[in-house]
Design a protein around this ligand. Structure first.
Ligand SMILES: Nc1ncnc2c1ncn2[C@@H]1O[C@H](COP(=O)(O)OP(=O)(O)OP(=O)(O)O)[C@@H](O)[C@H]1O
Length: 321
């Protein structure tokens, strides 16, 4: 392979072809109405494209979680959206004004069109209910006409997709490891085949090896199923590996939004450069762009057009509990 081939391959990997938008956030401002009001998100605008992984980076307290919650209208008082527009562009052609949805419409919208895996989500599973019952409840709440057989098949399929043996359907959350619980949460988030998944530090509480396995699978699932991901973390090296584009937040504002490679090589904003410089793994010799880790799947293990459920190659083999 020549150097030109290498460069071309790298460009294919790192320069995403931007598809049509699936979500548009315009001038969003979110304020915590406390004694000394905090404007946690200031005039934030971004476009998420279909099938894209958009990383949201920035140090603790810059407003990442507030932004993510507001997009899904999961924010609670004292948080208030004081201005802005959030539009979901459904694949059937409809534009949905998320801020105008009534409660019932919002309940139908969440999980179905846009789902969220948030910090500590692995503890969000109901401790007294089996995995089977939790998947079934979510499915039937949105698809009441599904037959028992369809519910069973879909539940098995999503578990397989995230690398959990369907034999675990009968398990209670405490019978699963942290990594498995987090995989189950990801299965739950993709259960209804949403077009967007927002992931807020989904793997932070897990050890590094499990984290990488799960991230690899998220990228693989995105490749197979084409949902868009907003991935939030302050781990910039990790975002550089998995994201198509990265938005950098500083004190509530999005100060830079670029492709991962451009951000890595030619960050424009001084804060982005400072952030890049604060990770020793990024501040040494900048040779080849580091975007290889989680993209590296065993060659030939999957075809892009695969539509049948497949067990990810990296899935742990596990025994029935
Ligand atoms: N309930 C609240 N009341 C008042 N201020 C709040 C509240 N929750 C968050 N904030 C403030 O809003 C700002 C943004 O917080 P947010 O949690 O969105 O940041 P973050 O970037 O997600 O941080 P982290 O990475 O630590 O989760 C911070 O200044 C925070 O102190």
């Amino acid at each position: 392979m020549t150097a030109a081939d290498n460069r071309r391959d790298e460009a294919v990997l790192t320069e995403p072809a931007l598809t049509e938008p699936v979500l548009t956030v315009e001038d969003l401002t979110v304020v915590y109405e406390v004694e000394q009001p905090v404007t946690a998100v200031k005039d934030a605008s971004l476009t998420l494209h279909r099938g894209e992984i958009l990383g949201l980076a920035g140090e603790s307290g810059c407003g990442k979680t507030t932004l993510a919650y507001a997009v899904n209208r999961l924010h609670r008082p004292p948080a208030r959206i004081s201005s802005g527009r959030i539009t979901f562009h459904d694949k059937d052609g409809d534009d949905v004004d998320i801020l105008a949805l009534e409660d019932a419409e919002l309940r139908a919208f969440r999980w179905d069109k846009l789902s969220m895996v948030f910090q500590g989500a692995m503890n969000a599973l109901n401790p007294v209910t089996t995995v089977r019952a939790q998947l079934k409840d979510t499915l039937l709440a949105h698809r009441p006409r599904m037959s028992r057989k369809e519910v069973r098949e879909r539940s098995e399929e999503v578990l397989r997709r995230v690398g959990v043996d369907p034999g675990r359907l009968g398990s209670y959350p405490h019978e699963l490891s942290g990594g498995m619980r987090q995989r189950v949460m990801i299965a739950m988030a993709m259960l209804l085949e949403p077009q967007i998944m927002i992931m807020d530090e989904p793997t932070t509480a897990l050890d590094v090896v499990v984290q990488r396995d799960i991230l690899r699978e998220i990228v693989r699932l995105r490749d197979e199923l084409d949902f868009a991901v907003v991935f939030i973390t302050h781990d910039l090296p990790l975002l550089l590996e998995i994201s198509d584009r990265i938005a950098v937040m500083l004190e509530g504002e999005i100060v830079e939004l670029e492709t991962a490679e451009k951000l890595y090589r030619e960050a424009r904003h001084p804060y982005t450069r400072k952030l890049l410089g604060s990770f020793p793994s990024l501040s040494g010799e900048r040779g080849a762009f580091i975007r290889t880790g989680v993209d590296e799947t065993a060659p030939g293990e999957e075809t892009p057009e695969a539509t049948t459920p497949t067990v990810p190659a990296q899935a742990p083999t596990e025994e029935r509990a």
